[in-house]
Design a protein around this ligand. Sequence first.
Ligand SMILES: Nc1ncnc2c1ncn2[C@@H]1O[C@H](COP(=O)(O)OP(=O)(O)O)[C@@H](O)[C@H]1O
Ligand SMILES: [Mg+2]
Length: 228
Amino acid sequence: MQYQAILIGLDVFSAFAQPLYITCYPLPDMSTCKSPNTVVYRGNIDRCARERQNGHRSKAFWFTGLSGSGKSTLAHKVEEELYAQGIRTYVFDGDNVRHGLCGDLSFSPEGRSENLRRIGEMVKLFLDAGTLCLTAFISPLKEDREKVRRIVGADDFFEIYVKCSLDVCEKRDVKGLYKLARAGKIKNYTGISAPYDEPEHPDLVVETHRCDLATCVDQITAYIHNHL
Ligand SMILES: Nc1ncnc2c1ncn2[C@@H]1O[C@H](COP(=O)(O)OP(=O)(O)O)[C@@H](O)[C@H]1O
Ligand SMILES: [Mg+2]
């Protein structure tokens, strides 16, 4: 992965002097590009300008965990907290994108991988737009999570493991899908008939089978503030 570093100096003339920002943009991987005769156009209003206007950096916080572990609940609650603090956010939620952008993909390993690649590219655009991104995808395979980390750029990507035992997730069975998966009516169901690679070195772990919702929200919100 190649990076282009952009250095933004201290702006002493604006009403709010800004800190020194060094932003690294992952350059596109031209080896897999099927439209080689294209040249990236960089406008004057870039990510740094948008971040400065927003008054905060844009980073991606990637929630991974079993179905029912609490990814959507936590991502949206954390968004409410950040929104109230004037931070520009967007939640990418697995089920939502599968109704649109990724509606053509199945839950096969290839479909899941392409789903996450597209989300990674979307997140990269939203970071360029200056938005703090929260994502709620099972993202079961280490390989796919690593691929997304490379697409987004390691400096901007934080993996949050929403840890919850399969037993508790299955008891919650928020959507009734574990029951169907156990009955063999849904194939490739993570934890039942498809694997989940536990994150080995997540940036943050929240244990939703041990801590209540408010505690987990506080842990994540504090972590985000420390990394903006
Ligand atoms: N500490 C917790 N954090 C998040 N969700 C929790 C917690 N404790 C219980 N829950 C419940 O677990 C369920 C998680 O569902 P959901 O957020 O849809 O999971 P996922 O998006 O990971 O599939 C919700 O019903 C939520 O109220
Ligand atoms: Mg969800």
